[in-house]
Write a protein that binds this ligand. Structure first.
Ligand code: ADP
Ligand code: MG
Length: 511
């Protein structure tokens, strides 16, 4: 008969669950468990206090996603480990604590079958601490190996997505935001969602703030990291995306005066009980952070760009020494924060008098100077669609003198705001547009790029991020002629717009 001891079975059961590390302090009756663990290929680290052993084991769980074991004796050993278990539970980190206890004739039994269950309950759902109690006499009891059956290794936790209607709501909120902020917590680190979170930040251009252990999911020196202005970012944000962080003391409970009393929270967490804790979530996304962020990115890519997305990609491609000419309302306001200047006298905008229509003239002057000085610095003229209208015909001047100016029209179909083509058509059906069309609107999706191509320059109609990047790169490469990028963005891309749109929507049912 091939005999195995209880200790060997424990060790082999752990090994078959891919448990690789054990931290603890041995004593009767669990010395043999530690020895058997080593024999089974598990690394054993003897510590000086069970509390530290449990901290160590739970950190392995956080860092690898697979639980480690904290091995303790009964009584004081287990009591010392409690601090570590509480810490693991509060951190949502998996750990398995194994405690040896008195022999079975002195109390009730614990069985080996509990191992797979312990692994599963430590990592499934919200991760945390689990405890297994081993009766002392089972450690050295022998049984026939043939009678033992190991349960197969517990697979990684299943990943769930959020309700698609909630995703739609979240994306709407985010696009209507004026000062959005993403908070990255240690849940995002544990979820290994760095790729998805990076894409969310870089596609939307939204600034982010890491919690202490959320640091490094995206690096602290990322241009969108606003950790240096933490208090201000928290207070001024109107919509916050909470990725794996709780609104507890670390985040001042989400309450004023640290947060705006009107802040809307889009909360992503895999623990249903956590949703709307302390602050009612405007959108509660129950699911895995990586999966939920992918869902919302898929939805966003089917929608028109907003200011942040457009400016984010423009700023990535513009050379640091370019001369930025800018005018418009939102275009100039948001552009001021998103498009950086590195050199003096390289920004010209609506200025002291707030004059609209100055852009093309300023751009022509800058380009003529560049030509005279034979410098290779590019002139980029970023215009709201309304602002462009004031002096748009100067495009002919640019073409006549072959000035390689790049005009980017950020086109939201109006002054401050506009409507989409469908709504516009509905309004036209209702009768006299002079009594119906909101005074802020301009013709939806006007093809301003054709003004440029009419005179021999390059005109681009841009709807997507890919089109924006390739048109801008082509324009930067072209030093012979001016270009115009007509960037169609969401006409409901800022809060004012959003209100306007919802006012209009009361006429038309829904948008
Ligand atoms: P921090 O200390 O960084 O603020 P917290 O510990 O308060 O972070 O919050 C972490 C949150 O992340 C917990 O509510 C936990 O349920 C959640 N979480 C852990 N893993 C995932 C995951 N894969 N997907 C979604 N949420 C997760
Ligand atoms: Mg937190």
């Amino acid at each position: 008969m091939d005999e195995v001891t209880g200790a060997q079975l424990i060790a082999e059961a752990l090994k078959s669950q891919n448990v690789e590390y054990m931290f603890g302090i041995v004593g009767v009756p669990i010395i043999e468990v530690a020895m058997a663990a080593q024999a089974a290929g598990i690394k054993y680290v003897g510590m000086r206090n069970e509390q530290a052993a449990c901290y160590a084991a739970s950190a392995i769980g956080y860092l690898t996603g697979r639980p480690a074991v904290c091995l303790v004796v009964s009584g004081p050993g287990l009591i010392h480990a409690l601090g570590g278990m509480a810490n693991a539970n509060m951190n949502c980190w998996p750990v398995i604590v194994i405690g040896g206890s008195s022999d079975r004739n002195q109390e009730t039994t614990g069985a080996f079958q509990e191992f797979p269950q312990a692994v599963r309950s430590s990592i499934y759902g919200r991760p945390g601490a689990t405890y297994i109690d081993i009766a002392g006499d089972m450690v050295n009891a022998k049984i026939d190996r043939a009678s033992v059956r190991f349960v197969s290794c517990c697979p990684a936790p299943p990943v769930s997505q959020a309700d698609s209607r909630e995703i739609t709501q979240a994306v709407r909120l985010l696009r209507a935001a004026q000062r959005p902020l993403i908070i990255i917590g240690k849940g995002a680190a544990y979820a290994r969602a760095e790729k998805e979170v990076r894409e969310l930040v870089e596609v939307t251009g939204i600034p982010f703030l890491p919690t202490p252990m959320g640091k490094g999911v995206l690096s602290d020196d990322h241009p969108n990291c606003v950790a240096a202005a933490r208090s201000r970012a928290l207070l001024q944000a109107d919509v916050i995306v909470l990725l794996g962080a709780r609104l507890n003391w670390i985040l001042h409970f989400g309450f004023p005066p640290r947060f705006s009393p009107h802040v809307k929270i889009i909360q992503v967490d895999l623990c249903a009980e956590e949703l709307s804790n302390n602050v009612r979530a405007a959108s509660a996304l129950l699911g895995d952070i990586g999966a939920v962020v992918r869902q919302s990115l898929a939805l966003q890519s089917t929608l028109p760009m907003n200011y942040y997305t457009a400016f984010h990609h423009i700023s990535e491609l513009l050379p640091k020494d370019c001369i930025i000419v800018s005018e418009g309302a939102n275009t100039m306001d948001i552009g001021r924060t998103m498009l950086l200047n590195y050199l003096p006298r390289h920004r010209l905008d609506a200025g002291t008098f707030g004059t609209m229509g100055v852009g093309p003239g300023f751009a022509i002057a800058a380009a003529v100077l560049e030509q005279t000085q034979k410098s290779a610095q590019r002139v980029v003229c970023i215009e709201g669609d309304s602002a462009f209208g004031f002096s748009g015909m100067e495009v002919e001047t640019m073409c006549r003198y072959k000035l390689p100016i790049i005009i980017i029209v950020i086109n939201n179909n109006g002054i401050y705001s506009g409507v989409d083509p469908k709504t516009w058509k509905e309004m036209e059906k209702m009768g006299d547009m002079t009594t119906i069309a909101p005074p802020v609107t301009l013709l939806p999706e006007a093809q301003y790029e054709q003004v440029m191509s009419a005179f021999g320059g390059r005109g681009y109609l841009v709807r997507t991020v890919e089109e924006l990047r390739s048109a801008l790169q082509e324009s930067l490469d072209n030093t012979q002629m001016p270009s115009l990028l007509n960037v169609l963005i969401d006409p409901a891309s800022d809060l004012f717009n959003y209100l306007q749109a919802s006012r209009i929507s009361t006429y038309f049912g829904a948008i």
